[in-house]
Design a binder for this molecule. Structure first.
Ligand SMILES: [Zn+2]
Length: 182
């Protein structure tokens, strides 16, 4: 069991993270939103870049969303303590209606002084920023997925072409029948 550093009514400081949206040029397509893929049989294709694909039916943009984090130190009063096995959780209700949860050792840490919160918060700021930006870059450098996507789309085109051919043949048969009947 860990010893709680603060008690009810103590004034504590916490770093609050504010993020600002930025973007970088996609490292895979260098902003063109298209990449060239060479398949196993030597076929060369240009496909939509998977690295900067925003998902869904949206087109790749050539850029990837990133965030810049800034810290803002907030001063609160401890209004609740939750003793865990490896960490202590502090609850800080404010008169503004916002409730903050911080802990002694976790990623959102509670400090005794403003200076301590600035230093500790800055160290964790980089961690939060890196984690989020890494997650947003997760689709890049994924060459296996690209060739899979290319093969997938090509197979779908082939299948749909066969279907169109089939339906067209049906329509043509009907047309020729109509002619015969006339
Ligand atoms: Zn891209």
């Amino acid at each position: 069991m860990i010893e709680p550093r603060f008690t009810l009514g103590d004034t504590v400081f916490m770093a609050n993270y504010e993020r600002k949206e930025t973007s970088i040029v996609c490292p895979d397509c260098l902003g063109s939103a298209r990449v060239r893929v060479i398949l196993g049989d030597g076929t060369e294709l240009k496909i939509e870049c998977g690295g900067c694909d925003p998902g869904g039916y949206q087109q790749s943009t050539g850029r990837i969303r990133q965030y810049e984090y800034a810290i803002k130190i907030i001063k609160r009063t401890v209004t609740g303590i939750n003793l865990g096995d490896s960490d202590v959780e502090y609850r800080m209700d404010g008169h503004d209606g916002h409730c903050y949860i911080g802990s002694q050792n976790g990623d959102f840490r509670v400090f005794a002084t403003e200076d301590e919160a600035k230093i500790g918060g800055e160290m964790l700021r980089q961690k939060h920023e890196d984690e989020e930006n890494r997650r947003l870059l997760a689709k890049t450098k994924n060459h296996k997925t690209w060739s899979w996507n290319a093969t997938y789309h090509r197979n779908n085109i082939k299948r749909l072409e066969r279907e169109i051919e089939y339906h067209r043949s049906k329509v043509e048969i009907c047309k020729s029948r109509v002619k015969e009947e006339i």
